[in-house]
Design a protein around this ligand. Structure first.
Ligand code: NAD
Length: 498
């Protein structure tokens, strides 16, 4: 399919693709796909006001009815899965099955949120006073600003929007300036769900397009009480304090530097498969990509030899072609950063396998072979997140040492251990184990299911999205005490007779 056929199949019209100043290029071949119109910063107050008006209506709609809108969204996403998945591939460079997988994740969170819309449970709490009832209720909170990163251009919106909508909150979405097309196509899918729903308020789901300055309007506005921001730790370090300074609630999903410990008892065949998918899948451009391998000294050489062999046969190239496993990096700047980090690691004593640009038999994008870098110790370069397929390999003697290396980075998103030893596995998951938001046993660090709460600690930002009770971040908690007696006793036995 040509680029224009993919764009048209996803519902994008010539008006969507022209008349603006934001150039969108495909990482596949660098072709300009569109000149998209950016949102005028001066329009932001009116956009936020519309969301506030929508909130006043939407918060009164019963939650199971709000769930119906999300059910319809799930249906529309199912119908559009192939076309939207192909657009993700075109705009971000993901291989076909990962483009489709991203849309499947959107469908999954819709299903989860529909069930949730009948389960926004509060508590009844035992009161210490006779004739009193205490309860805790969850109530809609207000418009949610969603700022998303390029690498999951549509799934991150759906994690937030599906929950926010059932929780009674409108959503204003600012996608990455690198990926406005998938966002426009997604809004058209949402519009179809809204049309079928019938009576949702105007301004319930809005899209704004542009760079940080458009995001900044959401960050600054007191009328946007919740701001969910996904992206680099640098961005979160700016946005988080600004939201808190105006007493808003940030949900921060930032960078990761995810590790795998491979113990002597590990099933190495399984570990190799998990390492390769974790480190090179999505060309190393997942927040949960595997970036550090901490292998026991007794198996390290064997493991590295197997990985070097596996890496040598990995098909790099056009992500639309059947059989390709590694597509392009998002742009040449990402490739240059990767090469610069490899050079730094080499200067710190690293032994480098792979990590070179690929130009033969590929279109004109930023294609690279993934890099394996054997490091003498965990240096400053290793402790930084580089958004590219670089896997640093280090050794260890004792499990405590391995856990210490695993935790000794600023980020705290995802982690895992490969072991068949129960004591090691449980220690890794214990209070003295991994300090990450996600910790797996005999599974790689990436590819989380939507049923669990997703997010990480330390410089990953501390936010949680998606499953479990992550919905609570989109609601306000109200504790109420009802006195159905004819007396007015005070708590803690305090006497105040008037
Ligand atoms: P980025 O930080 O460059 O941009 C992310 C978004 O933030 C974009 O929409 C951008 O316009 C916006 N932004 C940047 N500065 C801003 C500001 N001052 N005010 C308001 N908005 C601002 O990140 P990226 O390159 O698009 O994505 C890669 C990064 O995202 C990696 O660090 C990756 O680990 C992280 N990420 C994290 C998760 C997670 O769930 N933890 C998921 C995906 C990506």
């Amino acid at each position: 399919m040509t680029h224009s056929a993919i764009l048209a199949a996803a519902g994008l019209t010539p008006a969507d693709l022209s008349g603006g100043t934001l150039a969108v290029r495909s990482p596949i071949d660098g072709a300009e796909l569109a000149l998209v119109r950016e949102t005028d910063p001066a329009a932001m107050p009116a956009i936020i006001a519309r969301a506030q008006t929508a909130f006043h209506a939407w918060r009164e709609v019963p939650a199971p009815r709000r769930g119906e809108l999300v059910r319809l969204l799930g249906e529309e996403l199912r119908a559009a899965k192939t076309e939207l998945g192909a657009l993700v591939t075109l705009e971000v460079g993901k291989i076909t099955s990962e483009g489709l997988g991203e849309v499947q994740e959107m469908i999954d969170i819709c299903d989860f949120a529909v069930g949730l819309s009948r389960q926004l449970y509060g508590l009844t709490i035992a009161s210490e006073r006779p004739g009193h009832r205490m309860a805790e209720t969850w109530l809609p909170m207000g418009p949610v600003g969603v700022i998303s990163a390029f690498n999951f251009p549509v799934a991150v919106w759906s994690w937030n929007a599906a929950l926010a909508l059932v929780c009674g909150d409108p959503v204003i979405w600012k996608p990455s300036e690198k990926t406005p097309l998938t966002a426009i196509a997604t809004m058209k899918i949402m519009d179809r769900a809204l049309a079928r729903f019938g009576d949702a308020p105007d301004g319930l789901c809005q899209l704004v397009i542009g760079g940080p300055e458009i995001g900044a309007a959401l960050v600054a506005s007191k009328a946007v009480p919740i701001l969910s921001a996904t992206g680099s730790t640098r961005m979160g370090g700016v946005v988080g304090p600004q939201v808190m300074a105006r007493w808003g609630r940030p949900i921060l999903e930032l960078g990761g530097n995810n590790a795998m410990i491979v113990a002597p008892s590990a099933d190495l065949d399984m570990a190799v498969r998990a390492i390769v998918f974790g480190a090179v899948g999505t060309a190393g451009q997942r927040c949960t990509s595997l970036r550090r391998l901490i292998a026991h000294h007794s198996i390290r050489a064997d493991l590295v030899a197997r990985l070097v062999k596996a890496y040598a046969s990995l098909p790099v190239g056009d992500p639309r072609k059947a059989g390709t496993l590694i597509g392009p990096l998002v742009d040449t700047a990402a490739r240059d950063r990767m090469l610069a980090q490899i050079a730094k690691a080499k200067a710190e004593g690293g032994i480098v396998h792979g990590g070179t640009p690929v130009t033969a038999d590929v279109p004109q994008g930023a294609y690279v072979t993934p890099a394996l870098v054997e490091m003498p110790v965990q240096t400053e370069t290793v402790r930084e997140e580089t958004f590219a397929p670089i896997l640093y390999v280090m050794g260890y003697d004792s499990l405590n040492e391995a856990i210490a290396i695993q935790n000794d980075v600023p980020q705290g998103l995802s982690s895992c251990i490969f072991t068949l030893n129960l004591r090691e596995a449980e220690t890794f998951l214990s209070a003295a184990g991994s300090d990450c938001g996600i910790a797996n046993v005999n599974i790689g660090p990436s590819g989380a299911e939507i049923g669990g709460a997703f997010g990480g600690e330390k410089e990953t930002g501390g936010g949680r999205e998606s499953g479990s009770d992550a919905w609570k971040a989109y609601m306000r908690r109200q504790t109420s005490t009802v006195n159905y007696s004819a007396k007015l006793p005070l708590a803690q036995g305090v006497r105040f007779d008037v």
